[in-house]
Design a protein around this ligand. Structure first.
Ligand SMILES: Nc1nc2c(ncn2[C@@H]2O[C@H](COP(=O)(O)OP(=O)(O)OP(=O)(O)O)[C@@H](O)[C@H]2O)c(=O)[nH]1
Ligand SMILES: [Mg+2]
Ligand SMILES: [Zn+2]
Length: 352
């Protein structure tokens, strides 16, 4: 008799309760958050049903310590979801980077520049993220507000289809306040649900450091909290690595360009097309490694602890905000924000 195949249980990313024990209870939510049962208009029409399901949720009852909450109805429909955590201390640029990343991803998908098709897994969450973050940043050029410390929710939920494999993947993102990440013990169960990481290093902070002295004491409490938690949950390989894909991003790199470092400048001299070429990830990783080794050695743990990782320079905005809390039109635009995400997709097998 063949050995039973072990299927990894899909868990709720908020409370970690197993989801696959019984079929989801589909509901619709009105503006006030009131539920009503979801019934497809015509279950024999798969296209219509799929469109309607984008607006439906499933209830997760929690586990006693967390109140009942909602997940995208199709959260567990495509196999194990990719749960991407954006990690870094307060004001390192996480939310701005994620908004620029997702904006760039959708634009590239809509203009057929990607070997992927991207749409919403959860229409309400996605529309909210687009209007509150992506459009505010990329269209209105507004400085985004700092993330509130509070109940943990998904930032966005996408469905990514790879024509190369014919597979769909649910891809969801966590973006919580840096302050919350640094305080490990409060409501941080969601860290255990993450299976892909984007570590964010503040380029502005690095720009103030000139010597190794700063670099040796560097390190980041948020990184450490997450690394410790992930090690407890996933364990290490025999060689002491975490198996999850990780991309480490030096955000706000526009502020580092002042130093005219040729290793950094050359990545910004390339046109946007270079971002789709993942064969240069290793070379860019070496340049970022060198810079961090000199200016912020502690941050390298976001890459060194992982079996597969890449390091990147990026600027979500291309330029610093002015006194009116907006970014001037001149020089504004995301630069090199898509590549780290594509690199994670490649490491996680989403690209095919
Ligand atoms: N020059 C420059 N400034 C940036 C860039 N991205 C973010 N900033 C600035 O950094 C500030 C903090 O960015 P956020 O994205 O809110 O940082 P965060 O890490 O989400 O912060 P918390 O939510 O408090 O953890 C912004 O208000 C901007 O002023 C960038 O690419 N370039
Ligand atoms: Mg934030
Ligand atoms: Zn749950």
């Amino acid at each position: 008799m063949a050995a039973p195949r072990t299927i990894r249980q899909i868990r709720c990313p908020i409370c970690l309760s197993p989801l696959s024990r019984r079929p989801p209870r589909p509901v619709l939510l009105d503006e006030a958050g009131n539920r009503q049962p979801f019934v497809p208009t015509n279950p024999r029409d798969p296209v219509l049903t799929r469109a309607e399901e984008m607006s439906a949720f499933q209830i997760c009852d929690g586990d006693g310590s967390v109140d009942a909450h909602h997940l995208p109805l199709r959260y567990a429909h495509y196999g194990e979801p990719l749960v991407v955590g954006v990690i870094g201390a307060g004001a390192t640029g996480k939310t701005t980077l994620l908004a620029a990343m997702i904006g760039s991803l959708l634009t590239a998908s809509q203009t057929n520049r990607l070997p992927l098709q991207v749409d919403a897994l959860d229409l309400r969450l996605h529309t909210n993220f687009m209007s509150r973050y992506v459009n505010r940043l990329l269209v209105q050029r507004e400085v985004l507000s700092i993330t509130r410390v509070g109940s943990v929710e998904l930032a966005d939920a996408l469905r990514v289809h790879s024509p190369a494999t014919g597979r769909d993947h649910a891809v969801v993102f966590f973006d919580v306040a840096g302050e919350q990440l640094e305080n490990a013990e409060r409501q941080n169960r969601f860290i255990s649900a993450m299976n892909a990481l984007i570590f964010v290093v503040d380029g502005e902070e690095l720009s103030h450091r000139r010597s190794q002295r700063g670099a040796q004491t560097a390190g980041d409490a948020a990184f450490e909290v997450v690394l410790n938690r992930l090690a407890q949950v996933h364990g290490y390989t025999p060689n002491g690595f975490l198996r999850l894909p990780s991309a480490l991003v030096v955000a706000k790199s526009d502020l580092l360009r002042f130093y005219s470092d040729p290793d950094l400048d050359r990545w910004f001299s390339y046109g946007d097309a270079e971002e789709f070429d993942l064969s240069t990830c290793e070379e860019e990783s070496r340049d970022v490694y060198r810079l961090l080794f000199q200016r912020g050695h502690g941050y390298l743990r976001g890459a060194e602890k992982f079996l597969r990782s890449s390091l990147h320079f990026a600027s979500a905005t291309g330029t610093a905000p002015d006194d009116s809390n907006r970014y001037a039109a001149e020089g504004f635009g995301p630069r090199r924000t898509l590549k780290p995400l594509l690199s994670v997709f490649q490491m996680a097998g989403v690209l095919g």
